[in-house]
Design a protein around this ligand. Structure first.
Ligand code: IPM
Ligand code: MN
Length: 355
């Protein structure tokens, strides 16, 4: 039978708790569908850094490169200077493995609370394709006269034709495969960021000619935030740069029930991809067993989809839909009515019994 090597980085805070439930579900579904998963664990994160001084070594990168996929919990530790681990681990992995798309599905499942009044599952169902290796995240810039009254800090957004084009192409292809309106919206800021989004807009319009079956649309990022709250049903697939993608997907995550639900995938279609819930390490909830592991479980579903195990992925989604509709009443942390572990158990048990 087919075997996959999965590198697991449980990471910081509540990362390990939710990853454990994702793995429980993955093991159940792999057994059902007749493929094997070999998990190897990498103890990266704040505690490992404080204990050993390692952030991310070349040796670790080599081992990760030999895996079929990376499954990550969360990175970020209250006792480590902000940015050190985020840039040193999470962003380094995205860049090192050239995971140029950050895919973030936004789907309100039945039975899940949304703060959007009068909106339901039929209205909130879109995907954000976030560029993941360039933009403001490239780390370009510097500061002058730091610490003086004359200080100037510059943070530059890097946008290359190749980088922008491959992301936009991915979005068109993804849109074509999706069963919705087949509409791709470019999210930018062409009225102010006239260099960066000139490149984005021109590239978008050129590539669009190759996809006459896909309707295209453009909106400024601020307007996107407004429409996402007012008329989320307008969206099918949204493509945008790294920073805007980061911001709008937190907003979008809240409309689908919050950070405990929102899944993400860092994709390199020709290389090693990485799957992570988008919620972060949530230090104040660590060890309490109250974080919803559905985001991590749905990230595992995205991993199986990317590996081509579509049947197994659909089993996970069906189980998630059932559990959200019938078992979990309120998805706020601590109000699920179940512990993190129990949610993992219910999902795994449903798959075990029904497929
Ligand atoms: C995310 C996170 C990261 C990002 C942080 C932790 C560096 O917010 O995955 O959205 O900004 O990309
Ligand atoms: Mn973010």
């Amino acid at each position: 039978s087919k075997q996959y090597n999965i590198a697991v980085i449980p990471g910081d805070g509540t990362g390990p708790e939710v990853v454990a439930e994702g793995i429980k579900v993955l093991e159940t579904v792999a057994e059902k569908c007749g493929f094997g998963l070999n998990f190897s664990y990498f103890p990266l994160g704040g505690d490992h850094y404080n204990a050993t001084g390692e952030i991310l070594s070349d040796k670790t990168l080599e081992s990760l490169a030999a895996s079929d996929a990376i499954y990550l919990g969360a990175i970020g530790h209250p006792d480590v200077k902000p940015g050190l681990l985020e840039k040193g681990i999470l962003l380094s992995l995205r860049f090192h493995f050239d995971q140029y798309v950050n895919l973030r599905p936004v789907k309100l499942y039945e039975g899940v609370y949304t703060p959007l009044k009068d909106k339901g599952p039929e209205d909130i169902d879109f995907v954000v394709v976030r560029e993941n290796t360039e933009g403001l995240y490239a780390g370009a810039g510097g500061s002058l006269k730091r610490g003086t009254p004359d200080e100037v800090a510059v943070q530059e957004s890097i946008n290359t034709r190749k980088g922008v084009e491959r992301c936009i192409r991915f979005a068109f292809e993804y849109c074509r495969k999706r069963n919705k309106a087949k509409k791709l919206t470019l999210c930018g800021k062409t009225n102010v960021l006239t260099f960066a989004f000139d490149l984005w807009e021109r590239t978008f319009n050129e590539v669009a000619k190759e996809y006459p079956d896909i309707e295209t649309d453009y909106a400024h990022v601020d307007a996107i935030c407004m429409w996402m709250v007012k008329n989320p049903e307008w969206f099918d697939v949204i493509v945008t740069d790294n920073m805007f993608g980061d911001i709008i997907t937190d907003l979008a995550a809240m409309t689908q029930g919050g950070m405990g639900i929102a899944a993400g995938a860092n994709i390199n279609p020709e290389g090693v991809s990485m799957f992570e819930p988008i919620g972060g390490s949530a230090p104040k909830y660590t060890g309490k067993g109250i974080i919803n592991p559905i985001a991590a479980i749905s990230s595992a579903q995205l991993m199986l989809e990317t590996l081509g195990e579509d049947k197994a992925a659909s089993f996970i989604e069906k189980a998630v839909i059932k559990v959200l509709r019938e078992d979990i009443k309120d998805v706020a942390a601590g109000k699920m009515g179940f512990t993190t572990q129990e949610v993992g158990d219910i999902v795994a048990e449903y798959i075990q019994k029904n497929f």
